[in-house]
Design a protein around this ligand. Structure first.
Ligand SMILES: *[C@@H]1O[C@H](CO)[C@@H](O)[C@H](O)[C@H]1NC(C)=O
Ligand SMILES: *[C@@H]1O[C@H](CO)[C@@H](O)[C@H](O)[C@H]1NC(C)=O
Ligand SMILES: *[C@@H]1O[C@H](CO)[C@@H](O)[C@H](O)[C@H]1NC(C)=O
Length: 982
């Protein structure tokens, strides 16, 4: 599709434009859109509003009810911005007198082929509808001069169809200052005194994805508990009645979506409120049902209305009658029919063979045509390739070309399958069912936002560019808490071209944040939420309770540094929140600050529990402080939830009721529970002074001589060397640290520890590299308790002061590893690769663009990484860190090849292939830690200059990090921080 904006002077005729700007340039789409409206007292343009002045919005009587409804929203939206509502007049404006009567600015809203207003302007050539007419969900709006005798100008919003018009209206609303999230995220309207329409024509559509929408799922306790306090519960006990769905439909339409799968845990959309079905259709929403609810009937209807069991083999008659009733009921409504059949509930069927499923789908299609009276090609239908279902397809099942194959992710955001072979050419096309929320193995994640938008961009770009363009539907859980991923997904689905640039996620976030909370908040919020996405991509909250704790508490200070990032992020976000105008703070809190405060709290609980366990084993009194911190964070978590439930006088009561602390299997815990805390309760038998050294778990006096990891000029700045002197009991002592080498110094070399007031002090080590001896040396540090003769700890520090030749460019060995961020390849011969900034757990991701053909082993596009080593190693290895991406193209599974110094090629397939009916081996571990990590032997590496070449074979994988182990690699989740690059 093309996004075209034409800019002109106030031309008398729509067609006479002087300049056309095409906004498809990568990276420019969001920042370079000319503004359609201005808000100064004196224009320029056509005035739509001013003090006490709001427009008259005219709709033709013959236009669709959904257009009259949305015109009313537009009138109220003007009121939200200006303080005075517009008025809607539905009348036949063919009478000239009537046309002349309004003293107010006139907005004409209408649908081509439905509205006499629009069709008259079109036939009199006052507007040019060529770019819109007969297109799917397309709209245009602009000022039209001299539309008829006696009127100077009017503002016209014209849509190609019902949704085209609705989207055009809501697009105007958003541009004058009403957020799609005004209800669901409490974004206040931007108050303005004046609104002028510039002489700019804005034409949008058709959308990149034909059907785009959301699935409300896993909706208890959050959304359901909230709904019960808000809406009159149906006779079947569901709060999801029409007043609720109107709020959902309005949001989806304001996001320019058109598709909804309704809540179904304890609800029956069509029965809970008989107005639900017709309202969706009138408003412009296509309804579907989830993957295991065929033929527009809710899962919960089976228990009430199905005669016999849900089994095609033993109860075909009962099942067929049940399904046919679903079609009969919905035949006059906008429906996308789910076809196929799974087992009862969300489970595989025990009895359904491939042949039986083929028969079932073919029967379903017969019923669809018979009951609706339409040809199959005009009935939207989807067969959801979810969980075990792709296995049937992979075995060669046949279905008619009219069905959309609705592929899915692995419930954790990794697409399982893209269309291959002739599949992109099927009439029914393809779709994607994608998750921002999930209930199931390895663990539920249904509390708050854990989505990295860069990953959504990467996966959904892969989907789109692989031809998945007919349906996109996202499981958005309770919706609350997932505002940001939902907004992003819908924006991508509307206009993929606006996201052509690899860094477009952050650009979109800037524009989006500025629209919600003001210009000043835009850039900084984009940076905050980008960091948030990176932190949650490392591990979802629900997975943190696994033991041992995934982040290493000793090596590379991984656990501590990770938690420090959360603390810095919170400080930053809190400062932004506090600096915002009062009226936007609540909204910012809901979407940005709450997940950071609450998420950091859960990370604090598990990080400090793990650190505390190590401290206890070292006999540190400070273990008790960590245990108390965990208790405080645990209590704070409930307080944060309460706060959420009390904002805006309890508007969101119950919506954050989801448990999230204390998971011990895939299913959520019934209530929160503290992890087992490590208290230090025993008195120190001997020395009062304890000493710990960074990078290890041993401590003095248990271990008399501690050894630090080596220090070198080439380690990452975050990879510090330090000692900690700690109290092993209550008491006071003074210690002194001395070094046997003048080029090594420490901070806090002499301090007094007075416990319980002070329990530990860190001394950071630094080396004066100019005076350190060349090569490898060993420095001894001694820590003496000045109050207890003979209590002295010895700490060994290996110092590696190696020089790199001046002409070398690349990464340098540090502490017997070379750690490389994937994007830091040497520039040559890799222009085909794209770098996705901020993707993944550390810096970024590197991949081939979606349509790149499969690359042969050791040929094709290469990433070159020069590196320099100082020691001869006989058995080096390479660890490769990849996205958790699946083999989305089973004909070409993900593979990479590497060579070192032009030696033999090693090709690795990180994910095994299987029959398509389940997740591949190793999947759980990969999705929990957000990465496939694969290690291969390299063999001998001599000291000196080297070159690592990496070839990615497939566009379905993302490379994030590479670590060459020269004997020094320590266990950790994310690997060592990056080595120096010269
Ligand atoms: C605009 O109309 C709505 C709906 O009738 C009403 O609730 C609101 O108070 C009105 N706004 C103003 C500013 O009059
Ligand atoms: C250390 O002092 C604190 C505070 O007075 C006390 O609660 C704690 O029990 C003492 N610890 C030991 C091991 O005696
Ligand atoms: C410990 O030794 C330091 C240094 O010699 C001295 O200043 C301090 O008074 C001593 N403290 C105790 C409690 O003996």
């Amino acid at each position: 599709m093309a996004r075209e904006v034409t800019v002109g002077t106030m031309a008398p005729l729509f067609g006479l434009v002087t300049l056309a700007l095409s906004l498809v340039t990568p990276g420019l789409a969001y920042t370079q859109q000319p503004s359609v409206f201005t808000f100064a007292a004196s224009g320029p343009g056509f005035q739509l509003g001013g003090p006490g002045l709001a427009p008259e919005i005219r709709v033709a009587p013959n236009d669709l009810p959904g257009v009259k409804r949305v015109a009313n929203d537009l009138a109220i939206d003007f009121g939200r911005v200006l303080g005075v509502n517009g008025t809607v007049v539905v009348a036949d404006w063919s009478s000239t007198t009537a046309q002349k009567t309004s003293s107010r600015p006139i907005i004409l809203v209408g649908t081509m082929g439905q509205s006499s207003l629009i069709d008259n302007l079109s036939s009199s050539k006052k507007i040019d509808t060529a770019a819109v007419a007969n297109k799917w969900e397309t709209y245009t709006y602009q000022v039209v001069q001299s539309p008829w005798d006696g009127k100077d100008s009017v503002f016209v919003i014209a849509g190609s169809d019902l949704r085209g018009t609705v989207f055009g209206v809501y697009d105007v609303s958003e541009h004058i200052g009403v957020s799609p999230w005004h209800y669901w995220a409490d974004v206040p309207a931007t108050k303005r005194q004046y609104i002028w329409a510039n002489s700019v024509t804005r034409t949008e559509g058709p959308p990149s994805i034909k059907f785009r929408g959301i699935f409300l799922n896993d909706e208890s306790p959050g959304l359901t508990g909230w709904g019960r306090t808000k809406f009159k519960v149906s006779q079947y006990g569901s709060p999801f009645v029409t007043e609720f769905y109107q709020l959902i439909f309005e949001l989806v339409l304001r996001l320019r979506g058109n598709y909804v799968w309704p809540a179904m845990w304890s609800s029956m959309f069509y029965l809970d409120d008989p107005r639900n079905g017709p309202t969706a259709t009138e408003w412009g929403i296509f309804m579907g049902t989830s993957h295991h609810e065929p033929m527009a009937r809710a899962d919960k209807e089976q228990g009430r209305f199905l005669k016999g069991s849900w089994d095609w083999r033993s109860n075909k008659g009962g099942v067929q009658a049940f399904m046919e009733e679903g079609v009969t009921r919905s035949k006059n409504w906008s429906t996308i029919y789910t076809l196929g059949m799974r087992g009862s509930g969300d489970a595989a069927s025990a009895t359904l063979t491939s042949a039986a499923l083929e028969e079932a789908i073919s029967w379903q299609q017969g019923v669809l045509t018979r009951v609706t009276g339409k040809p199959l090609s005009e009935i939207p239908q989807a067969w959801v390739m979810y969980k075990e279902v792709p296995g049937y397809w992979q075995k060669g099942m046949k279905v008619s070309d009219d069905v959309t194959l609705l592929w899915s992710d692995d419930n954790r955001g990794n697409i399982r399958r893209i269309p291959i072979g002739n599949e992109p050419n099927r009439r029914g096309g393809s779709g994607m069912y994608y998750h921002f929320d999930y209930v199931g193995d390895p663990r539920n994640y249904k509390w708050i936002n854990t989505i990295q938008l860069q990953k959504t961009w990467e996966q959904m770009t892969l989907a789109h560019d692989s031809g998945i363009q007919n349906i996109w539907i996202a499981n958005v859980g309770d919706l609350k808490g997932l505002e940001l991923p939902t907004a992003h997904f819908m924006a991508l689905a509307w206009d993929r071209k606006a996201f052509s640039d690899f860094g477009s996620t952050k650009e979109w976030l800037k524009v989006w944040s500025a629209r919600q909370w003001g210009k000043a908040a835009g850039d900084v919020t984009a940076s905050i939420m980008t960091r948030y996405g990176k932190l949650t991509s490392r591990m979802k909250y629900e997975d943190l309770s696994r033991t041992p704790f995934a982040f290493n508490t000793a090596n590379y200070d991984e656990a501590e540094l990770n938690f420090n990032e959360w603390t810095a992020l919170l400080k930053n976000a809190q400062a932004v929140h506090d600096s915002l105008p009062k009226d936007v703070q609540t909204s910012f809190w809901e979407v940005v600050l709450h997940p950071i405060v609450a998420g950091r709290g859960v990370y604090e609980i598990y990080t400090k529990t793990a650190m505390g366990s190590m401290y206890q084993s070292q006999h540190r009194v400070s273990a008790n402080q960590l245990a108390r911190d965990v208790q405080t964070a645990f209590a704070a978590d409930s307080a944060i939830t309460k706060q959420y439930h009390s904002i805006l006088n309890g508007k969101w009561n119950n919506v954050m009721a989801q448990t999230h602390i204390g998971y011990n299997n895939w299913q959520e815990p019934a209530s929160h529970s503290l992890p087992k805390l490590s208290w230090l309760t025993t008195a120190a038998k001997n020395a009062l002074m304890g000493v710990a050294a960074q990078g290890g778990t041993a401590a003095f006096p248990g271990t008399a001589r501690l050894t630090l990891p080596a220090i070198s000029p080439w380690i990452a700045p975050s990879d510090q060397r330090w000692l900690e002197v700690f109290s092993r009991d209550n008491g006071t002592f003074t210690y002194r640290i001395t070094s046997n080498a003048s080029f090594v110094s420490v901070t806090n070399a002499e301090q007094t520890l007075s416990t319980p007031a002070t329990t530990q002090i860190r001394s950071v080590i630094s080396v004066d590299w100019a005076s350190a001896p060349a090569g490898v040396s060993t420095v001894g540090l001694t820590v003496t308790n000045l109050n207890a003769t003979g209590t002295t700890a010895t700490v060994i520090l290996p110092v590696q002061n190696n020089k790199v030749p001046a002409d070398f460019k690349g990464h340098v060995e540090a502490n017997s590893v070379v750690s490389i961020e994937a994007e830091h390849y040497s520039s040559a011969s890799s222009s085909e690769y794209i770098v996705i900034p901020d993707y993944g757990r550390t810096l970024s991701g590197v991949k081939l663009p979606p349509k790149t053909p499969s690359q042969p082993a050791g040929k094709g596009h290469v990433l070159v990484y020069p590196f320099y080593t100082f020691t001869d190693v006989s058995a080096a290895s390479l660890t490769v860190y990849l996205s958790p991406s699946e083999n989305a193209n089973p004909n070409s599974p993900n593979k990479y090849t590497f060579t070192v110094d032009g030696g033999s090629q090693t090709t690795v397939q990180p994910v095994p292939l299987n029959d398509g009916s389940s997740q591949p081996a190793g999947w759980s571990e990969a999705v929990i830690q957000g990465s496939y990590v694969r290690k291969s032997n390299i063999g001998r590496i001599a000291a000196g200059k080297h070159e690592l070449k990496v070839y990615l074979h497939e566009p379905t994988m993302v490379l994030t990090k590479l670590v060459i182990d020269l004997g020094g690699l320590k266990p950790s989740m994310m690997g060592p921080p990056e080595s120096a690059r010269v």
